[in-house]
Write a protein of this length. Structure first.
Length: 451
């Protein structure tokens, strides 16, 4: 594979993505998808959709087969009472179960047109989670006291300041069609209403865990894959031109890089180990990537030390691949214990790792705090990860989803009761802790942060 700096990839892919958005802005009608999109509504019937009462997607998946079958049967029976297709439009009378895609989506661009009436209140669930808000934004609608005056398109169930209120009022008058476009990579979400940005790269928060009153540090992220769901209550709403474009990992990574912020500096030049120390002879540079040599290991690290910082990079795991990130490493010893921590880099789903402690899986602060699982790409695909270290707190975002948000100062229990004397370190080196497997890293950038 020829090495190309991801900044170049990003420019090419984002140019393509920008062209895609420009196409979406054009008048694509009659339920015919633009290039690279798939129509989720055929303009004739509700093939590809089902009815379902609102439910946490994790709860639905956890049910026994017979219980899921019953929920779907009940949902479809109710759906035919309140949903219909008329003149190339999906029509709902303002009541009944919600309309759900049969398919699930991970990283995607979604487009839908809607038209509603005075007093209506609706929305769009993403990955089975509420919601992009659609409502009557007039004073006569009676909901200015809860934010309707700010417009539709916001992530209504989010906390204030995180995309809950739309950036601008972009609704068209009743009787006119509105167009919503969505970009979702992991749990990161952007929304355009009538070609105006109303949500800019906010995290769609997991309503289901919040509504269950889970403690803040136990709230799980969105599911990795989930359906699009059309919500309805309060008045007739019509939908048409429902399209989706699934986004492949290379493009998703480029979009994630674009949104990672400014101020990052490369700490790997793609050619050699300039600026690095440790057993570099156990690693190699192959096609612009750092790769641990098979059956070799040890921790290589930057010669420079860092206190508070953010680091972003891409990594590729072979089957059963195992490596780690050295965080505030002193330069000698096992970084999992003498450094602030080792953040696991691990191909979680391999059978070899079926019985690990939860604090040993990918993204975990090894032996101290478990990361959420299920957000790695398949072995052999490139993943994008950002790690932020501030004081005693560490956040890990993998492929657009937060999988770890931990304060190591609060950790009192350790794997195998083994202490971690380095966990309170305030500075140190950043590095890669090889464990015999040819795990690869590329496009490694770091940014120092103010205290």
């Amino acid at each position: 594979m020829k090495f190309v700096n991801s900044r170049s990839i990003c420019l090419v892919v984002l140019f393509t993505f920008g062209m895609s958005l420009a196409v979406c802005g054009a008048a694509q009608e009659n339920n015919q998808p633009p290039k690279n999109f798939t129509a989720l509504f055929n303009g004739k019937d509700l093939s590809g959709w089902h009815g379902l009462a609102t439910i946490d997607p994790r709860e639905f998946d956890a049910k026994a087969d017979e219980a899921r079958k019953t929920l779907l049967q009940d949902g479809n029976a109710d759906m035919v009472k309140h949903w219909r297709v008329e003149g190339g439009e999906i029509v709902n009378d303002g009541e009944g179960v919600f309309l759900v895609t049969d398919g699930n989506f991970r990283d995607y661009e979604f487009w839908i047109d809607y038209k509603t009436v005075a007093g209506a209140d609706s929305g769009i669930y993403l990955k089975g989670t509420p919601q992009i808000q659609i409502w009557d934004t007039t004073e006569a609608g009676g909901k200015w006291n809860i934010g309707a005056d700010k417009g539709s398109g916001g992530l209504w169930n989010n906390t204030a300041g995180n995309g809950k209120d739309p950036l601008v009022l972009a609704d068209k008058p009743f009787g006119e069609w509105n167009r919503i476009r969505v970009l979702q990579i992991g749990e990161r979400t952007s929304v355009w209403l009538n070609d105006k940005s109303v949500v800019d790269w906010a995290i769609l928060e997991n309503y289901w865990d919040k509504s269950a009153n889970r403690p803040a540090d136990q709230i799980r992220p969105l599911v990795a894959r989930g359906p699009v769901q059309l919500q309805t209550h309060g008045g007739e709403i019509r939908w048409r031109n429902v399209f989706v474009r699934e986004i492949k990992p290379e493009e998703a990574n480029a979009i994630l890089e674009k949104h990672s912020g400014d101020g990052f500096e490369a700490i790997f030049n793609g050619k050699d180990f300039s600026g690095w120390a440790g057993p570099v002879e156990n690693f190699e540079v192959v096609d612009g990537t750092i790769r641990c040599k098979p059956h070799n290991g040890g921790t290589i690290f930057t010669k420079k030390e860092y206190a508070d910082f953010a680091v972003r990079f891409e990594f590729q795991l072979p089957p059963a691949g195992n490596n780690g990130l050295a965080i505030r490493y002193p330069g000698d010893g096992d970084t999992a214990y003498v450094g602030m921590c080792e953040l696991q880099i691990l191909e979680n789903e391999h059978a070899d790792y079926a019985k690990l402690d939860s604090r040993q899986y990918h993204g975990s602060a090894y032996g101290m705090v478990a990361a959420h699982r299920g957000f790695l790409r398949d072995a052999g695909e490139w993943n994008f990860q950002t790690v932020t270290v501030q004081g005693s707190k560490i956040t890990v975002e993998l492929n657009g989803t937060r999988i770890l948000d931990a304060d190591l100062a609060t950790v009192k229990e350790f794997l195998a009761n083994t202490p971690h004397p380095g966990k309170d370190r305030t500075s140190g080196h950043f590095g890669f802790a090889g464990h015999d497997d040819p795990v690869q890293f590329r496009n490694v950038y770091i940014r120092t942060l103010d205290r």
